[in-house]
Design a protein around this ligand. Structure first.
Ligand SMILES: Cc1cc2nc3c(=O)[nH]c(=O)nc-3n(C[C@H](O)[C@H](O)[C@H](O)COP(=O)(O)OP(=O)(O)OC[C@H]3O[C@@H](n4cnc5c(N)ncnc54)[C@H](O)[C@@H]3O)c2cc1C
Length: 407
């Protein structure tokens, strides 16, 4: 494939910015345009539920790229504009923006992220959290509030609960499943994550669903009510890809890509980040990761692919979450697992949550005999060591030998 003349990156968040930086770093000298629905400067999202929400970091500190570096990238920007249609062509594709203008490029990178899911009938006063404006608004609400209701005990809900408890708010967390984060961690490890929330000072109520949200709290499916000065709805994210229907792609599971991020069936189009479903060459499926490092790693790989540069080494999916004084870190693909292996620490054994100290607890996920993921609770140094057995697809005995070599 010869180097394209014009790369058009759609979405100016983490994946989009890192793609632009990666293109220049890979020696791409052609034209680059960047379309972003949000106003600049581009910012990083993880602090929005942590340091920025807590008021510890300001807007400047969460910037994704310094102004002078951005100026040096030589990018034509269209900020505050959304792409509303992609019309594939032979050598050149056409993208329409929401002001009716059109852009043409022979390489397109879709880096459009996801949108927060709302509850039906959700009042305007209930907060969602995806953008810096959302976080600023929630932070402002904290100032005059003494209580917070968090609907959904996923990672973002738990992080906001943690930040609010630290600010002195009385926090109730409602979760429809039997334990928090079950979809990602599985039910037994999710129970441990639930204990972290409860021990951390929030009132966690699982197995309850909300039948109505009001300006002053919620009515639950069992008829009881929860009063709160502020509400955060953290019930996950949804794909926002209707504007791509003109491509004819099946977008139900995300933008379908091969293992290099090339969109299946659309030559000259790549996708990165939360909206992209890349083929995993190790397992042959096409997962979608809403992880900071996946967006970064995919951007580097796509930039190299477009520029014809050496591809970066293959990476293992990685996610972290900071809550209640601990960093939860997850490497690999826990959703593939059918078994667990207690590795280190006091919080978990083969019977599940022990009630012991959570910090330092490290758990392996097995598919059959093969290690497919490792999660650690406040176990950063250990977790890093497990990258190699994961990359090697180590079997149970090898993992146990490895574990013993660490203790
Ligand atoms: C509150 C919060 C906390 C998080 N904490 C963590 C964490 O601790 N650890 C972790 O691993 N991950 C975390 N994440 C996830 C991480 O931030 C995302 O995985 C990452 O931002 C994905 O990058 P992206 O480029 O795919 O999407 P985004 O960063 O969302 O960027 C997409 C951009 O595209 C724009 N866009 C969308 N559609 C269009 C269009 N049609 N035209 C033009 N522009 C468009 C959007 O407005 C947005 O600016 C967190 C996310 C949030 C919201």
């Amino acid at each position: 494939m010869s180097e394209p003349e014009h790369v058009l990156v759609i979405g100016a968040g983490l994946g989009g910015l890192r793609t632009v930086q990666g293109l220049r770093r890979s020696g791409f000298t052609g034209r680059i345009s960047l379309v972003g629905a949000e106003e600049p400067p581009a910012y990083d999202r993880p602090p929005l539920s942590k340091q920025y929400l807590a008021g510890e970091w300001d807007r400047e500190r969460i910037g994704l790229v310094a102004d002078d570096e951005f100026d040096g990238l030589g990018v034509r920007t269209h900020f505050g504009r959304s792409a509303v249609a992609l019309r594939p062509g032979g050598d050149t594709h056409e993208v329409e923006l929401d002001d009716g203008s059109t852009l043409h490029a022979d390489a397109i990178v879709l880096a459009v992220g996801v949108a927060p899911r709302r509850l039906s009938g959700q009042p305007d006063s209930a907060h969602l959290l995806r953008t810096v404006e959302d976080s600023t608004a929630l932070r402002g609400t904290f100032d005059g509030a003494s209580s917070l209701l968090v609907v959904g005990a996923g990672f973002i809900g738990a992080e906001v609960a943690s930040t609010a408890v630290a600010r002195g708010l009385r926090v109730t967390v409602l979760e429809a499943d039997a334990v928090p984060m079950a979809r990602v961690l599985g039910s037994r490890v999710g129970a441990l994550a639930g204990r972290l929330i409860s021990d951390g000072g929030a009132d966690l109520r699982c197995g309850v669903s909300v039948s109505a949200l009001t300006g002053s709290g919620a009515t639950l499916s069992d008829g009881s009510t929860v009063d709160a000065d502020a509400i955060l709805v953290g019930v996950g994210a949804r794909l926002d890809l209707d504007w791509l229907t003109t491509t004819g792609l099946d977008l139900a599971g995300g933008i379908p890509c091969d293992e290099r991020g090339r969109v299946e069936g659309l030559a000259g189009v790549w996708a990165v980040g939360d909206a992209a479903a890349w083929t995993d060459p190790r397992y042959g499926d096409r997962p979608r990761h809403e992880h900071w490092t996946s967006a970064t790693d995919q951007a580097a790989a796509v930039a190299a692919d477009i520029a014809g540069a050496q591809p970066p080494p293959e990476s293992v999916p990685y996610f972290w979450s900071d809550q209640f004084g601990l960093k939860i870190q997850l490497i690999g693909r826990p959703e593939l697992a059918d078994g667990l292996l207690a590795l280190h620490g006091e919080g978990f054994d083969d019977g599940g949550d022990t009630g012991g100290e959570i910090k330092g607890t490290t758990i392996g996920y097995l598919r059959g005999d093969e290690l497919v993921a490792v999660v650690g609770f406040g176990a950063a140094r250990r977790i890093a060591r497990y990258r190699k057995p994961l990359a090697d697809r180590a079997d149970r005995d090898t993992v146990l030998e490895f574990r013993d070599s660490l203790t």
